[in-house]
Design a protein around this ligand. Structure first.
Ligand code: PBG
Length: 333
C-alpha cells in the first residue's frame, strides 16, 4: 500500500521523465543533425579501390567523386573534405606536387564548385600525400621535420587550393606558426573569406593507420612516426595551448583529432574558448566500429548515431566522419 509517510519514497524519481517517448524528447539536451556532418572523401589519380581496413570507403576517381558529391548534396550534408591519393611517381622529398595549381586537389575543387557551388569544400593542407618519405613536412638528414621550410610549401599549397575556389583550408601538419602564415597569404591574395579550420589539437595517434594505408603513405613512412610534431596523447594543457595559438593566429574554427578517445579535450576546448569546435572521427575509429558491425556484434545504426551524438554532448559543433552519408540517411528518415 502506498504511504504518505516521509522517507517512504525517493525524493526524486529520475525515471519519471524517462518513462515516455514524449518526455524523453522534451528533456533531450543535445541533438545530432545533418547540419553537423562533414564527409571525408579520398580522390585518386589512379584506380578506384576500396580501402582494406575501411569497408565501404573507396579511393574515388574524379568521375566517381562527382557521383558521391551528388549524393552528399541530395542528403543535405553541408560540406566535404578532400584527401588526395597521389601517384607514387609524383612523390618527392620536397612535396613539390602539393603546390601544383593544376594538381589533383585543385582539379577536384574546380569540378565540385562548378556543379555544386553551394556545397562547402574543405581541403587538407599537409604534405604527407606528396612526400616520398611520408612525413607532413620536409626533413633534414636525420629525418627531423623542418618547421619553417615546411610552412613555405604549406602556404603555396594553401594558395593553390584557394585559387581553385576552396571554402575551408584545413592544415593538419602541426607546424608552429602555420596559421599566421596561411592567413597572411590568404589576405594578401584577396581570399579574405577563405576559412581556416585548423587541426589545432592533433595527437600522435595510432588510429590514423587505415588513412595512411589509403594514401599509400604508411609504406613510405616505414618505422618513422610523427611524435616530433603531433601532440603526446597523454597531454591536455598542451592541446589547449595549441588551440589558443591557432585562434590568435587567425583560425576561424578548430578541430580535435582523433575523436572519441579525446572527448575530454573537446569538452575543455569548447568550455575554454567557445569557438566553432569540430572533431575528426578518424579512420581507425571507423575501422573499429565497422569491424564490430560487420561481425554482427554491434547494431550499425544505433552504435554509429550514439557515437556521433557523443561529440555533440562533449561540445562539438560538428564532426568529420566516414559515416556522414549513412548518418545523414538515418537522420533524414
Ligand atoms: C595527414 C592527415 C592524417 C589524417 C588526416 N590528415 C594522418 C596523419 O596525420 O598521419 C588522418 C585521418 C584519419 O585517420 O581518418 N596530415
Amino acid at each position: 500500500m502506498p504511504s504518505s509517510f516521509p522517507g517512504r519514497y525517493p525524493a526524486t524519481r529520475m525515471r519519471r521523465a524517462r518513462a515516455h517517448d514524449f518526455s524523453r524528447r522534451l528533456a533531450r539536451e543535445t541533438r545530432l543533425g545533418v547540419d553537423d556532418l562533414i564527409y571525408p572523401l579520398f580522390v585518386t589519380e589512379g584506380e578506384s579501390l576500396e580501402i582494406a581496413a575501411m569497408p565501404g570507403v573507396r579511393r574515388h576517381t574524379l568521375d566517381e567523386l562527382m557521383r558521391e558529391i551528388t549524393d552528399v548534396v541530395a542528403l543535405g550534408i553541408p560540406a566535404v573534405v578532400l584527401f588526395p591519393v597521389i601517384d607514387a611517381g609524383k612523390k618527392t622529398p620536397d612535396a613539390a606536387e602539393a603546390a601544383n595549381p593544376d594538381g589533383l586537389i585543385p582539379q577536384a575543387i574546380r569540378a565540385i564548385k562548378r556543379e555544386f557551388p553551394q556545397l562547402g569544400v574543405m581541403t587538407d593542407v599537409a604534405l604527407d600525400p606528396y612526400t616520398s618519405h611520408g612525413q607532413d613536412g620536409v626533413i633534414d638528414d636525420d629525418g627531423y621535420v623542418l618547421n619553417d621550410p615546411t610552412i613555405d610549401i604549406l602556404v603555396a599549397q594553401t594558395l593553390a587550393h584557394a585559387d581553385a575556389g576552396v571554402d575551408i583550408v584545413s592544415p593538419s601538419d602541426m607546424m608552429d606558426g602555420r596559421i599566421q602564415a596561411m592567413r597572411t597569404a590568404l589576405e594578401d591574395s584577396g581570399h579574405v573569406n577563405t576559412l581556416i579550420m585548423s587541426y589545432a589539437a592533433k595527437f600522435a595517434s595510432s588510429l590514423y593507420s587505415p588513412f595512411r594505408e589509403a594514401l599509400g603513405s604508411s609504406a613510405n613512412l616505414g618505422k618513422a612516426d610523427k611524435r616530433t610534431y603531433q601532440i603526446d596523447p597523454a597531454n591536455t594543457d598542451e592541446a589547449l595551448r595549441e588551440v589558443s595559438l591557432d585562434l590568435a593566429e587567425g583560425a576561424d574554427m578548430v578541430m580535435v583529432k582523433p575523436g572519441m578517445p579525446y572527448l575530454d579535450i573537446i569538452h575543455r576546448v569548447k568550455q575554454t574558448f567557445g569557438v566553432p569546435t569540430f572533431a575528426y572521427h578518424v579512420s581507425g575509429e571507423y575501422a573499429m566500429l565497422k569491424a564490430a558491425i560487420d561481425n554482427g556484434w554491434l547494431d550499425e545504426r544505433k552504435a554509429v548515431l550514439e557515437c556521433l551524438g557523443s561529440f555533440k554532448r562533449a561540445g562539438c559543433d560538428g564532426v568529420l566522419t566516414y559515416f556522414a552519408k549513412d548518418a545523414a540517411r538515418w537522420l533524414n528518415e
